[in-house]
Design a protein. Structure first.
Length: 315
């Protein structure tokens, strides 16, 4: 796998690969995506094949102009227009009724389509050079930890994908908030960096979290997503303090407080945004440490930490 820079010449190479129907690793503010031409069935199938992703699992369309929203969704409800104007480019995905002609490979066979505009200058520059929309699920093998650096993409997909564009570390670090935009309400299908209060303030609509089995399937909402290979468990801080070094084969601790003496692990930032930015990278480090299990400290049980808790791939 080639690691391309964000230079104009390298972005032109990446855009040429996209036009050929080849998927390309692309940086976004959330995680690195595996981008492929959203109008090219063979490109979409190549994404599924590279990731080992089920064909009925919906994708997210990434656009670079607000006007493109109407090319994918019909109708575009006023609340969607308001949310796009307020939060795009940024980590918010809107779910709307799909326009006729949108491929079932994009929607997972549903009557809805998920759309966002990434908030990363390299992603927007690549989309502009390509001249169209891409679908870009996380650039990792299906069910594995999402990549937040170009080298993570190479670790996951070397030999399966021709190139990744290096845009540095992802600033947000966890997936976008996914919102089902309906007449009269908003439904959060996947929590992310934009919370319910901000959505309600923008639209004046009530906001609720989807139940455990929502009618609309969305990217990244399966229990098997974003998981390390090493068994991992959420535990309160007291349990982590008592656990260090007592399990056969060893433990790797991810904690907000100091590590117990002699314990292997990493101290996470104690604010939601800072923790989110390093969470997947920390899980990847833990997964590669050679320990028998990973113990992750439970985050506080409040709205500000909801996205971090949802992204921790542990029971």
């Amino acid at each position: 796998m080639r690691i391309l820079s964000a230079s104009p010449a390298d972005l032109d190479q990446a855009a040429a690969l996209l036009r050929e129907g080849q998927p390309v690793g692309m940086p976004t503010e959330t995680v690195y995506g595996l981008a492929g031409d959203a109008r090219h069935p063979d490109a979409l199938r190549a994404i599924f094949a590279a990731k080992g992703r089920p064909l009925d699992h919906p994708l997210i369309v990434h656009i670079h102009r607000l006007e493109e929203l109407e090319e994918w969704a019909d109708p575009v409800l006023p609340a969607a227009t308001a949310l796009a104007a307020r939060f795009w480019p940024g980590p918010l995905t809107l779910v709307l009724r799909r326009r006729a002609g949108v491929s079932d490979l994009v929607t997972g066979g549903q009557e809805t389509v998920a759309i966002r505009m990434p908030g990363h200058p390299v992603a927007l520059a690549l989309l502009q050079r390509f001249g169209g929309a891409v679908c870009a699920p996380s650039a990792n093998r299906f069910g594995r930890i999402s990549p937040t650096r170009a080298e993570h993409v190479r670790e996951e997909l070397d030999g399966r994908v021709a190139a990744v564009v290096d845009g540095g570390a992802c600033a947000v670090g966890i997936e976008s908030t996914i919102v089902d935009v309906r007449d009269g309400e908003l439904v959060i299908l996947r929590p992310g960096g934009i919370g319910a209060e901000a959505l309600a303030a923008c639209t004046g609509l009530p906001v609720r979290r989807a139940g455990p089995k929502p009618a609309v399937r969305v990217s990244g909402a399966l229990d098997s997503h974003y998981a390390p290979v090493t068994p991992a468990f959420l535990r309160p801080r007291a349990a982590l303090a008592a656990a260090g070094g007592k399990h056969p084969g060893g433990e790797f601790l991810l904690t907000f407080g100091p590590l117990p003496p002699g314990a292997a692990g990493q101290v996470l930032p104690d604010t939601p945004q800072a923790c989110a930015a390093v969470l997947y990278a920390a899980l990847r480090t833990a997964d590669q440490a050679g320990c028998a299990r990973i113990l992750v400290e439970e985050p506080p049980a409040d709205e500000a930490w909801a996205a971090d808790a949802a992204s921790a791939p542990v029971p």
